[in-house]
Design a protein around this ligand. Structure first.
Ligand SMILES: C[S@@+](CC[C@H](N)C(=O)[O-])C[C@H]1O[C@@H](n2cnc3c(N)ncnc32)[C@H](O)[C@@H]1O
Length: 186
């Protein structure tokens, strides 16, 4: 099973009608669409991406599926957007997803970076309800990806020491496979 499918499998068992969820790297909108389907008619999803073209692509996907009313689109750096939600005292969310890296088929220089990823993950954990789930897929095969993946790993170890449940999944491969971290807030 690919890691993207694993994330959907984990969240299918976790999310329920009426939940709130965040896609912190909406890209082409596949994960946002999945989250919107899971939270149902009374749920809400916030989809964040730093690129307007990604937000537009996500909008089109959700409009085609007739689910755009469940989704708020935010074109901004995720660390900034998530901190704003905390300041605004946004209600807790049941799940947050991060699929790190760059938008396939787009400008590869616009990619997630260790520093803002760390800030965004810290804000996400704060926004999760108790029992809430954070899924982070990190890639080590591109420039900057290894440092970012190490930053995520360090943060996950700290979170585990703080009492959160943390799992790590990686496909068997000798060639810098992607890695999925799943955190469940205590
Ligand atoms: C691998 S893609 C995400 C794929 C997406 N989950 C999907 O289902 O299509 C990574 C995305 O992260 C976005 N990104 C990069 N840096 C970001 C940042 N600081 N804040 C928010 N999004 C960012 C990129 O624009 C890109 O669309």
């Amino acid at each position: 099973m690919r890691l993207t499918e694993k994330v959907h499998h984990i969240l299918t068992n976790h999310l329920k009608e009426g939940d709130r969820a965040i896609d912190a790297t909406s890209g082409n909108g596949y994960d946002t669409l999945f989250l919107a389907q899971q939270v149902g008619l009374s749920g809400k999803v916030i989809a964040i991406d730093i690129q307007d073209c990604a937000i537009q692509s996500t909008r089109e996907k959700l409009e085609s599926a007739g689910l755009i009313d469940r989704v708020r689109l935010v074109s901004e750096d995720h660390a900034v957007a998530l901190k704003k939600l905390i300041v605004a005292d946004h209600e807790g969310v049941a799940a947050v997803t991060f699929n790190l890296g760059y938008l396939p088929g787009s400008d590869k220089s616009i990619q997630t970076r260790a520093e803002s990823t760390k800030a965004a993950l810290t804000a996400s954990i704060q926004l999760l309800v108790p029992g809430g789930c954070l899924c982070v897929t990190a890639y080590r095969g591109h420039s900057g990806g290894t440092v970012e993946a190490e930053t995520v790993e360090a943060l996950m170890h700290i979170s585990r020491a703080q009492g959160n449940a943390v799992e790590c999944h990686q496909p068997e491969s000798s060639n810098s496979p992607p890695i999925l971290w799943v955190l469940r807030k205590r």
